[in-house]
Ligand binder design. Sequence first.
Ligand SMILES: NC(=O)c1ccc[n+]([C@@H]2O[C@H](COP(=O)([O-])OP(=O)(O)OC[C@H]3O[C@@H](n4cnc5c(N)ncnc54)[C@H](O)[C@@H]3O)[C@@H](O)[C@H]2O)c1
Length: 347
Amino acid sequence: MQEVRVAIVGMGIGKANALAITRNPRGRVVALCDLLEERMVEFAADLPEPVQMFTDYKEMCRSSDIDAVFVGTPNQFHVPVAMEALRHDKHVLVTKPLADGEGPAKELVDVAEASGLVNMMSLSTRFSVGVQHLGQMSQRGEFGEIYYARARSIRRQGIPAWSPGFILKGGGAFRDMGVHVLDSAWWLLGMPEPVSVTGVAGAKFGPLGKGYFGKGTPPAPDYYSKFAADDYGGGFIRFANGAGLQVESFWASHQPGDVNIELFGTEAGAQLRPLTVYRMNGDEEENVTIDVPENANLLAWDNVAAHFIDSILDGTPCAAPLRHGWQVQRMMEGLLKSAATGREVRL
Ligand SMILES: NC(=O)c1ccc[n+]([C@@H]2O[C@H](COP(=O)([O-])OP(=O)(O)OC[C@H]3O[C@@H](n4cnc5c(N)ncnc54)[C@H](O)[C@@H]3O)[C@@H](O)[C@H]2O)c1
């Protein structure tokens, strides 16, 4: 096989993934799938070649003209769509979070690993220029032992107002945004085994129709009255190697927006934004700032697409398998369970 023929399910974040696949010389987007035909028709015009369109992912998975499937539906449908694709021998690339709960995430991982097909998380933060730069430094040992990290994703008014999947059970701020910085911080820590988590979470804005994207234009009450998720969460994760991670996620707050990760290592520390390394140069404190290219956003998607395609065509070991998504899901669900029960959760 010289190229990978990919089908894209979900015309939201599916678009960024699809365009990155088409920018790769060995990637083709050959099919789209969404419940809403007009979203497919509109997006198809941006693609370099004609595509097949499906409103039923099961029918799409039966096509022998498709090698791989990107899953970008609301969280609640990631597992059924990816399972169906695997059942039909398609490689899968799944957006974050892996699932809407830990049980389905583990079931999918088991099926994916038994299949022998490439199974990968589409992680735009982990594959971003800044996180990759810190990851390479970490792998070269430049931080020494990273024994502590802080990760946060905070919006002032950023509750999604366009898809109830976000605000229903299985959605929520932590599975939407916290998941990105949690995954990246855990990866930068060297993916240690999590042993316990304690946290608080709740909904202070969403159920009241406050804090939604689009300042001053709250969604209608019949949208926000269905709110059944968290709009904030924060907590602490302990790892088997003694490291600790403080993680926070706010869809809405009276705080400035911020997405950041801070690393505390024995030889050096770092923060993601602005990308800076802190260390000693002899007796002098040294702060090294690293330039990030202007098109960093596009590069993250290109990195995801390239790695998925290389894993399929060249047998490159997948650096972000669904198993990682399951580990992150365990930590997220543990934090939310701790918040609900008021107790520390052992993982
Ligand atoms: N940076 C990122 O990696 C990133 C960014 C945004 C969203 N996401 C993830 O993408 C997912 C979708 O979020 P979004 O913002 O794109 O939402 P969205 O509502 O804009 O798009 C989802 C699309 O999926 C379609 N859909 C729903 N159920 C379907 C089904 N059974 N079969 C086919 N299509 C179906 C909907 O009609 C909709 O067009 C979420 O899981 C979210 O966490 C990831």
